[in-house]
Design a binder for this molecule. Structure first.
Ligand code: MBD
Ligand code: FE
Length: 311
């Protein structure tokens, strides 16, 4: 039995009352958004004839999602975070902004406060027997192609188990392990000496994986390294690189992979002299091109709740 009540006066009045749209009180923008989302939900319940059992399963799912602290993880897994990138890409296109290293999602695991080094940072604090040494280096250039001095390159990535410091369920890692920040000199160069990451998997008993299971999807990411790159006269870049050869590169549960963000991994020797744990090491060159401010403003700055710690 399928009834349709959405378009009745009773339901429309309920929607208006619940979101207080007839009143001057509250925030106009918040009311507009809540009214639209709640209305879309009411309509979907009508259209799909959702049962009370289904609605309560969804309501209680939100409780588990919050208890697990996974709302931002689910946002990545459902492609919501990727969707915001698609919109920013389209805004750039409409504004005829071309060039620059492509953006890709931040994800939920950044921690502010990593110690800043000049030019080079060794960021592996904890030993990791299963991870080989890795150098990631490159040059930050501006829209004019010139090296940018005084840029801040931040990076963060997982260990050989796919776990990030500050979020490691085993509690094994030191603060800021595999997280670093480098300020560039006049040559625009940055370098991180670190260990090869492994791809992340969602907590197996968490709310995100629970929903992915229902959708018949996996919750894994290929091995990757995150970056924030900031400089005074450029827009902040949020991006990642993937580790070439990872079988999940084009099967990322968070949809962050982009063609230009898979730099080659090169075998090198001479690691001992660089303070690496073995002489043979892998090197990735990742040059970063920043884009100019738009009418003096950074329209890529995203404000969201982020963890922070002091080093
Ligand atoms: C990650 O490491 C990540 O980058 C994203 C987007 C989601 C979960 C874990
Ligand atoms: Fe990540």
């Amino acid at each position: 039995m399928s009834v349709k009540v959405f378009d009745t006066k009773e339901v429309q009045d309920l929607l208006k009352a619940a979101t207080n749209v007839g009143s001057q009180d509250g925030g106009a923008r918040a009311k507009q958004i809540v009214n639209r989302l709640l209305g879309d939900l009411f309509k979907a319940i009508d259209d799909l004839d959702m049962t009370p059992d289904e609605i309560w399963a969804g309501v209680h799912y939100f409780n588990k999602l919050g208890q697990d602290g996974e709302a931002a993880l689910l946002a990545a897994g459902l492609g919501l975070e990727k969707y915001l990138d698609i919109r920013m890409d389209a805004e750039d296109k409409a504004a005829e902004i071309t060039g620059g290293t492509p953006r890709t999602i931040e994800g939920p695991l950044y921690v502010a406060g990593a110690p800043v080094r000049d030019g080079v940072a060794k960021i592996d604090i904890d030993p990791d027997d299963d991870a080989g040494p890795l150098v990631i280096r490159g040059t930050v250039t501006g829209p004019d192609g010139e090296p940018v001095a005084g840029a801040l390159v931040e990076c963060w990535h997982a260990n050989s188990k796919g776990f990030y410091s500050h979020f490691d369920p085993t509690g094994a890692q030191s603060d800021f392990n595999l997280r670093g920040a480098v300020g560039t000199g006049s040559d625009g160069k940055y370098e991180f000496r670190t260990l090869m990451p492994v791809g992340y998997g969602c907590p197996p008993h968490g709310a995100t994986q629970q929903l992915l299971d229902v959708l018949g999807r996996h919750g894994n990411r290929p091995a990757h390294v995150h970056f924030f790159v900031t400089s005074n006269n450029s827009r902040k870049l949020t991006t990642q690189i993937n580790i070439e050869g990872d079988p999940l590169i084009w099967d990322d549960f968070a949809y962050a992979t982009r063609e230009d963000l898979i730099p080659h991994v090169v075998e090198k020797t001479g690691g001992t002299a660089l303070g690496m744990k073995t002489d043979a090491y892998k090197e990735i060159q990742f040059d970063i091109e920043l884009t100019p401010l738009i009418q003096g403003k950074d329209n890529q700055l995203v404000h969201r709740l982020r963890a922070s710690a002091s080093a």
